[in-house]
Design a protein around this ligand. Structure first.
Ligand code: NOJ
Ligand code: CA
Length: 692
């Protein structure tokens, strides 16, 4: 009996702990890991030696894994396993058959993104587990350990005892070894991913969508999520007891949540682990765990800003449906094309351009046509007009959840888009969670979840259908982002949280919403939040809880390669000086840094333009005013920059009419200088650092 495995100082646990959930870190120090003889060690560390992962089996032969940082437990012994609808679960009676290790340190280039170059420096451990029952089923659990986190996945080889897998549930546990605070939104409710974030003790979380972000008692920041979600159901995490969680897969329309045949694997279950909030954002773990670009030459994928026939619809002044308030008329669209062209904005989104909106389309999109324009939208003439002005239309495919119907129209839909010079199409899936309409081969209808296996695969079918026509996708009401933009670089952005649209309606986003997003939703990847409503009013002139400077800062804080200037041309005409920043700010970056930040409180980003030597800074706060000092140590040495500052003006606050108060300032700066950013309640600051 081997009694002790050294993992730094502390991550040592007993089989009893493996059964009883989270380990008390103090107890960890005294208990030694006990496990059956004759099994090889299964320990791996990060390249810098700070993070350690260990796999073992408990008294019942249940595989458990644990993670420590600097010798202190982060994840206490947590079980692995799978439950099936038509076969015994695979959990007990497992034996570690073999353990193999590998390491790799390479770099790759993002065709577009927050960073041009991504380093992938990791250690890998493959643990082969074999069932001692008569079935003798086996699987590998593969760990990737980076300096900033850990990913693992199950890999099931093709095997006689398991010709297919009808997965009822994954038995993966995430037993957090310390208390702390969690930022999370609920999973499986009707409004999909569009909920405000809760900030609670870890032990008060319910069932949470991922990423869920936590600050542990010792200050370590972690986020649980997944990478490379392909042909599988999306995972949420459910609090069990104490600080322990278990995986919950999104249901399918049938009894198994996931169906697999032959050899199969799960997505990567990921832990970002960092000393501070900024470290979570700076991790490339999730992108590294995705497969490289599958589409070949993607020079046709074009990041860019856009305006759109949109905000007036969201506010209820115009309609998607035809009739007297129809927004997508030839004349209206021309106004937006003219505006975009004047300010060098390459895209104009048009919603409600097609037939299908007249009835009750939400949750029922079977009337939607994707190649048939409304009579008052002259698609051919507008495509020509836009082209002559150096602008492209952005298409819109709202499915209303009628997804089989949409799939049956893929080809004409994307051909129409390509024929009209559209490089990007925004898609939409407005239907309650669990109400996606899937038409089976026999004509019967099944109801699917937005993030179930069938929809996960649907989104990949969209990307492939669109790629044939060199079209890129911006999906709303999507499946969560797990880094698949690396594999499919035409997946530019998605919504997947409460965006600006909520500011048009009653029940607006509170001032802390965007700071919450920065270290939760934004850990997934680009979000089509659609910032830049400088008028700061929603429907019926209702006030939006932000300052103008904060709206500008969002272009730097909330990364997206397709970034909307969401307000109307009329409104932008009222704020020409502030609008300058929106016209200037790029959407594609050479480098990104988090200069400071606390989850849910404030954050400051600096990003360098890919096409110039200019840097941009964006800083935002919640309802609390703050003074933040930042050092410009990221600038190039020996160079002078003109800092064009857009800051909260005298008396600015999100809470009153003074939310429109903004001040402008220009000064010379160089590397090493410090700037003090004064942020108003609900405010922000945006700075262009123009290289001279
Ligand atoms: C909800 C989307 O988030 C919004 O952007 C879109 O305009 C409507 N659905 C209609 O498709
Ligand atoms: Ca939405």
């Amino acid at each position: 009996m081997k009694t002790s495995i050294a993992i730094g100082l502390g991550l040592i646990a007993s089989a009893a702990q493996a059964q009883n959930g989270p380990a008390d870190p103090a107890v960890n120090e005294t208990f030694k890991f006990a496990r059956p003889a004759g099994q090889p060690d299964a320990v791996e560390t990060s390249p810098d030696g700070q993070i350690t992962v260990q796999v073992s089996t408990d008294n019942d032969g249940r595989a458990v894994y644990m993670i420590a940082r600097n010798g202190k437990a982060i994840v206490a012994p947590s079980r692995l396993g799978m439950m099936f609808t038509d076969a015994p679960k695979i959990e007990r009676g497992m034996k570690i058959e073999s353990v193999t290790h590998a390491k790799s340190d390479t770099s790759w280039t993002q065709p577009w993104g927050e960073w041009r170059t991504i380093r992938d420096n990791h250690r890998e451990m493959r643990v082969r587990l074999m069932e001692s029952s008569a079935l003798h089923r086996r699987y590998d659990v593969v760990f990737r350990v980076q300096d900033d986190g850990v990913g693992f996945r199950y890999e099931f080889p093709e095997q006689q005892a398991m010709p297919h897998a009808n997965i009822a549930e994954e038995l993966t546990e995430f037993n957090i070894a310390q208390g702390g605070t969690a930022w999370w939104k609920p999973a499986f409710l009707w409004n999909r991913e569009e909920y405000l974030y809760n900030r609670t003790p870890i032990n008060a979380v319910g069932t949470a969508a991922t990423p869920i972000t936590m600050k542990l008692d010792d200050g370590t920041h972690i986020a649980i999520h997944e990478a490379a979600l392909v042909d599988y159901a999306s995972m949420a995490v459910m609090k069990t007891e104490g600080n322990s969680f278990k995986a919950v897969l999104t249901p399918g329309s049938g009894a198994p949540k996931v169906v697999k045949t032959g050899a199969w694997q799960t997505p990567w279950r990921t832990f970002l682990i960092a000393p501070d909030a900024g470290g979570l954002y700076m991790s490339h773990l999730m992108l590294n765990l995705n497969a490289p670009n599958k589409l070949g030459d993607v020079s046709w994928v074009k990041p860019g800003k856009f305006v759109g026939v949109w905000w007036k619809m969201i506010k209820g002044e115009w309609s998607w449906a035809r009739g007297p308030r129809h927004g997508a008329t030839t004349a209206n669209v021309k106004t937006y094309i003219d505006f975009a062209s004047k300010y060098g904005i390459p895209g104009v989104l048009v919603e409600g351009w097609n037939i299908g909106w007249d009835g009750d389309w939400a949750g029922n999109g079977s009337a939607m046509q994707f190649a048939t324009p409304a009579e008052d939208f002259d698609a051919d003439a507008l495509a020509k007009y836009a082209k002559a002005k150096g602008v492209s239309l952005i298409g819109h495919h709202e499915t209303g959840g009628a997804v089989s119907h949409y799939e049956s129209l893929f080809d004409p839909a994307f051909k129409f888009a390509a024929d009209h010079g559209e490089h990007v199409v925004k898609t939409g899936y407005v239907a309650d969670a669990g109400q996606i309409e899937r038409v089976n081969a026999d004509g019967s209808v099944s109801r699917e979840w937005h993030e179930g296996q069938w929809m996960v695969n649907h989104h990949l079918r969209v990307l492939e259908a669109a790629a044939k026509y060199k079209v890129s996708i911006d999906s709303h009401e999507p499946v969560k982002d797990t880094g698949l933009r690396r594999t499919y670089p035409n997946w530019l952005a998605r919504e997947g949280s409460r965006g600006m649209e909520y500011n048009a309606w009653p029940g607006k986003n509170p001032p802390e919403h965007e700071v919450n997003l920065a270290f939760t939703r934004m850990l997934e990847g680009p979000m089509d939040f659609t910032p830049g409503v400088l008028s700061l009013t929603g429907s019926d002139n209702s006030p939006i809880q932000s300052t103008i400077a904060k709206q500008l800062a969002l272009y730097v804080v909330l990364y997206s390669p397709v970034q909307m200037a969401a307000d109307t041309p009329e409104n932008y005409a009222k704020y020409p000086q502030a609008f300058r920043f929106i016209a200037d700010v790029p959407v594609d970056w050479e480098d990104s840094r988090v200069l400071n930040g606390e989850v849910g409180d404030y954050v400051t980003f600096a990003r360098r333009d890919r096409k110039s030597r200019d840097w941009y800074v964006g800083s935002i706060t919640d309802e609390t005013a703050r003074e933040l000092t930042v050092t410009l140590d990221f600038l190039e040495p020996g160079k002078t920059y003109e800092a064009q500052v857009y800051k909260d003006g005298p008396g600015a606050t999100y809470a009153t009419e003074a939310r429109h108060s903004i001040a402008f300032e220009t000064r010379r700066v160089k590397k090493g200088d410090t700037l003090t950013l004064s942020l108003a309640p609900g405010g922000g600051q945006a700075i262009r650092l123009k290289a001279l």
